[in-house]
Design a protein around this ligand. Structure first.
Ligand SMILES: Nc1ncnc2c1ncn2[C@@H]1O[C@H](COP(=O)(O)OP(=O)(O)O)[C@@H](O)[C@H]1O
Ligand SMILES: [Mg+2]
Length: 262
């Protein structure tokens, strides 16, 4: 079976085959003149396939901007970006929209579910819109992985926040994207529901081979990742493998002493 993962590797070349996404010397500025803000200032990062990567850093350090640039939701001011082996820098809107639809999944802090649709309808909505048939075996595995099998006929208002975010995670997984981007996915959840959602993100990497990039400022959330990339003032300043919450907290404190954390 051809998956979006493979499709994304048959692009124009120039990417690295082991990478789900790449940024090379990416700069991003907003505004002009006196109001110009440099959100990213020469960021290079490789997002490895089948790995759970967290992006951390103080508020305003450029985490969301980096995610948006890597996901093709925003253009860069300088530098180059690849999704899989396909360079998206300078890509025409239509082609980029298609690549994003076929290869990228998103989970946001707000669950963004449609209230009139039940859980399974929300999960398959993006594929319905794209005119794609969900693979029933895959869909079953996804629903099991996120623990929603007995909630599929519930509407969002009949589900807890944690369950709603699990629906959003399942929706991102359903189309089997090459990469999932999650921006503060536990930001609206209490710690128990947050831990559940993080557990399901973790399982989707371990059991389904999913690639995930998660933006967070929470050391406990980041400890679920395999690798953390630390940003400060629009630069990559550090990296950590196999993080623990304590080690992450220590690293974040060093930002604090420089007065950069909000
Ligand atoms: N659309 C925008 N217009 C102007 N400035 C922006 C915009 N988006 C982000 N910024 C600025 O870019 C910097 C990085 O923002 P962001 O990537 O949201 O940081 P983070 O997610 O780490 O909190 C901040 O100074 C922010 O104010
Ligand atoms: Mg942000």
């Amino acid at each position: 079976m051809t998956t979006a993962v493979e499709d994304a590797t048959t692009g124009d070349g120039g990417g690295h085959p082991a990478m789900a996404a790449r940024a090379e010397s990416v700069a991003k500025a907003y505004g002009a003149g006196e109001t110009r803000v440099v959100a990213l200032d020469g960021v290079s990062v490789d997002i490895e396939r089948g790995v759970f990567t967290a992006i951390m850093g103080p508020s305003g350090s450029g985490k969301s901007t980096l995610m948006h640039c890597l996901a093709g939701l925003d253009t860069v001011t300088a530098g180059r970006v690849w999704i899989g082996d396909t360079e998206i820098t300078g890509m025409k809107d239509k082609k980029l929209t298609r690549l994003r639809r076929d290869s990228v999944g998103f989970v946001f802090q707000a669950f963004n579910l449609l209230p009139t649709l039940d859980a399974i309808e929300n999960i398959t909505l993006p594929m319905d819109i794209a005119g794609r048939e969900p693979d029933p075996d895959w869909l079953r595995r996804v629903v099991e992985t996120v623990g929603l099998a007995d909630r599929l006929k519930h509407r969002p208002n009949q589900l807890s926040g944690g369950q709603q975010q699990r629906v959003a995670v399942a929706r991102a997984l359903a189309a089997r994207p090459a990469i999932i981007f999650a921006d503060e996915p536990t930001g609206n959840l209490d710690s128990r529901a947050g831990a559940e959602v993080l557990g399901f993100l973790r399982r989707s990497v371990d059991d389904l081979g999913q690639t995930i990039v998660m933006v967070t400022h929470d050391p406990v959330a980041a400890a679920h990742a395999d690798r953390i990339v630390f940003l400060a003032d629009g630069h990559v300043v550090d990296e950590m493998r196999e993080p623990t919450a304590d080690r992450v907290l220590d690293r974040m404190r060093r930002f604090d002493t420089r007065g950069r954390t909000s």
